[in-house]
Design a protein around this ligand. Structure first.
Ligand code: PEP
Length: 259
């Protein structure tokens, strides 16, 4: 948990228009400024809708806020006749530090397979935006006790084509689908079990050194009340927060987790 820099990420999903988005980032930055704690150590990242990103960029640069931002998705293509798609090069130009790839809602509602996700990871690397790859099992798989094998398979197929050099810039979020937006939280031990398995798989694939450096996040109904216990686990380096990231106070309280 404290071996690597903690990373607290907020996925706004399809919430907050560009005006609300600016207000939320402003509130968050003000709330965090009033407190010292380990804000200095943790990186705070927000993932607004595409239409908010320019506004967030202007605010972050103008007010020198210590918040970074990213997008919730990107196209596997670079440019051209792909109506409605957003290129990684646009995200890079907007100063995005990260891009979510393979969120379970993209997998479920937009039929994103591991192949599509691998192509999106390649696009993120072409444009030098660090991908935050999301993996995790559904309830049936968990009940069958196959969650580790399932998630490691998703990981392996999604990382197809990623080199060790590229993996130096990679964040992985373990998000059990049954815990997303449901109020069900995987226990700290469950988060640790999977993150340790993911780190082991990364070591086999890219070597120990990269595996030890890679930030692994847990996501699924994280709130201020449960974040600290999860992040205390050895292999959990942060959290990816959906619902609770829409409330500046609550999200700031997650950032200020106690050691
Ligand atoms: C998410 O969408 O990444 C997520 C973890 O959502 P929630 O915190 O609302 O469960």
């Amino acid at each position: 948990a404290y071996v690597r820099q903690p990373l607290i990420a907020g996925n706004w999903k399809m919430n907050m228009d560009h005006v609300q988005g600016i207000t939320l980032v402003q509130k968050l930055a003000w709330t965090l400024k009033d407190h010292e704690h380990n804000y200095d150590r943790a990186e705070v990242a927000v993932f607004p809708p595409f239409t908010d990103i320019r506004g967030v960029q202007t605010l972050v640069l103008g007010d020198k806020l210590e918040v970074v931002y990213g997008a919730q998705d990107l196209s596997a293509q670079d440019s051209g006749a792909y109506t409605g798609e957003i290129s990684g090069q646009f995200l890079k130009k907007l100063g995005c530090s990260y891009v979510l790839v393979g969120h379970s809602e993209r997998r479920e509602y937009h039929n994103e397979t591991n192949d599509v996700i691998a192509a999106k990871l390649a696009a993120a690397y072409r444009h030098e935006v660090t991908p935050m790859l999301c993996v995790g099992e559904g309830l049936e798989v968990r009940k069958a006790g196959e969650h580790v094998a399932f998630t490691l398979n998703q990981l392996a197929e999604s990382l197809e084509g990623v080199s060790a050099e590229q993996a130096e810039n990679l964040v992985i979020a373990y998000e059990p689908v049954w815990a997303i937006g449901t109020g069900e939280v995987a226990g700290p031990a469950d988060a640790q079990e999977m993150c340790a398995a993911i780190r082991g798989a990364l070591a086999e694939r890219f070597g120990e050194e990269i595996a030890e450096k890679t930030q692994l996040l847990y996501g699924g109904s994280v709130k201020a009340a449960n974040a600290a216990a999860i992040m205390r686990e050895r292999d959990v380096d942060g959290v990816l927060v959906g619902g609770a990231s829409l409330d500046a106070e609550e999200f700031a309280n997650i950032v200020r987790f106690e050691h």
